[in-house]
Design a protein around this ligand. Structure first.
Ligand code: NDP
Length: 247
């Protein structure tokens, strides 16, 4: 497990956006960032789940969060531009972006892989993070030191039978991360890295491995040290790197 002991005030006065913040790893990351002082923008497609996270942050007395409902499958370029304009008006900058939301799609060999599922998975896992990150880049460049985290996977580093569009989308995510990291290097304070959570007990994991017992895997809480490290100032020197939460 990646080892990092985050100071309690690591993200004080920071504004951080998390996609897929209503459930799974994204939910825990949003709560963890808020607990460490960040104002978290909770982006996701199910408003009721986002509201529950919002309430939990409020009940704990952490900095008030913001809810931004968005379906990454259907969002248009204009929707991303509207989000950027809202954040510009509200905060003027963005200190961190965790691209976390993703779709598993179906586990099938390429020979039988459905084209529509392929399109949906690529949209949510790759095109949406590209559009979101592109639109938010000016705000990230406005921050003193900003961190962009792309969520990867073990099958984004080594292909595995039946992982189809999901695997390919994660390989491409690594490419997007490396390309952006090289582009920002030297011209801005923005750092761009990828994070592979490793096997973690969530709805996605359960749907990929239905036979597993719930406590066979790490919990989202277990892997938070790397999420904190990459979002906070102790990772200022990291750019263009692939990190693994459980190696
Ligand atoms: P979950 O399926 O549990 O959660 C996915 C999140 O993404 C949910 O909040 C979901 O919202 C959101 N989401 C899905 N589709 C959309 C959409 N169209 N628009 C907006 N939000 C959407 O997955 P995990 O928490 O397990 O995964 C988080 C990240 O970690 C993903 O990038 C995944 O690929 C990666 N990962 C996970 C591993 C694991 O073992 N769990 C291993 C390796 C990588 P809603 O709840 O409303 O559906």
């Amino acid at each position: 497990m990646f080892n990092y002991d985050a100071p309690a005030d690591l993200l004080q006065n920071k504004v951080v956006l998390v996609t897929g913040a209503g459930s799974g790893i994204g939910r825990t990351a949003a709560l963890t960032y808020a607990r460490h002082g960040a104002t978290v923008i909770l982006l996701g497609r199910t408003i009721s789940k986002l509201e529950t996270v919002y309430d939990e942050i409020e009940d704990n007395g952490w900095p008030q969060a913001a809810i931004y409902p968005m379906n990454l499958e259907g969002a248009s370029e204009q929707d991303y531009a509207n989000l950027a304009a809202t954040l510009e008006q509200e905060f003027g900058h963005l200190d961190g972006l965790l691209n976390n939301a993703a779709l598993l799609g179906e586990l099938k060999p390429i020979a039988q892989y459905d084209a529509e599922t392929w399109r949906r998975v690529m949209q949510v896992n790759l095109t949406a993070p590209f559009l979101l990150t592109r639109e938010l880049l000016p705000l990230l460049r406005n921050a003193e030191q900003a961190s962009i985290i792309f969520t990867s996977s073990s099958v984004g580093h080594e292909g595995r039978a039946n992982w189809g569009a999901y695997s390919v989308s994660k390989f491409a995510t690594e490419g997007l991360m490396q390309t952006m990291a090289d582009e920002e290097d030297g011209i801005s304070q923005v750092r761009v890295n990828s994070l592979n959570p490793g096997a973690t007990g969530t709805a996605m994991r359960a749907s990929a491995f239905p036979a597993e017992a719930p406590d066979d895997n790490a919990t989202p809480e277990d892997i938070m040290p790397l999420y904190l490290y990459l979002m906070g100032k102790d990772s200022l020197d990291a750019n263009g790197k692939a990190f693994h939460a459980q190696r």
